[in-house]
Design a protein around this ligand. Sequence first.
Ligand code: SF4
Length: 213
Amino acid sequence: MNKQKRTEIFTRLRDANPNPTTELNYSSAFELLIAVILSAQATDVGVNKATDKLFPVANTPEAIFALGVDGLKEYIKTIGLFNSKAENVIKTCKILIEQHGSQVPESREALEALPGVGRKTANVVLNTAFGHLAMAVDTHIFRVSNRTGIAPGKNVLEVEQRLLRLVPREFLLDAHHWLILHGRYTCTARKPRCGSCIIEDLCEFKQKRDYLE
Ligand code: SF4
């Protein structure tokens, strides 16, 4: 795919949604960090249901740490993998209190050192809370980048690096939100909605003709 096409794709995605953001509810970097840890292999809707009850009661490292693992589980038991997530969140709160003055650190290294925080979670926090040009590649972005030809790659790291290199700079800050939302609602895994896709004429997916109806 050439640069002109990529630019046109992101121009259209931006025109359709000028201020995209995550669908996770949060009102601070700390809340975002906790919501993203909880969202692994879970839906944003499911996480929001839990955090809508948790955050009014506890939305600081001290307050969540004070709940303890069992107390926290009561709030997040509807989310998949809640046992290990509860342990990770409590350990993360402890590290934030002891090593980071109860603040979310603005560095990849420090974020990835937190229990339950991998490269993708660190990228979401760096991008969405701190405005870094980071690209959090999830299953939706991986699929859309490969199908369309925007940034094909064999694994998430390859796609992440290609997106950072190939997405025109003016779109980089918000590109991951546009790609996730496009993958979630239009370019879906099993049955992409090519017939109502605003970038269909630019997309290089070979089988798109099968999904134009
Ligand atoms: S045309 Fe189809 S495959 Fe291409 S981006 Fe749109 S929905 Fe996805």
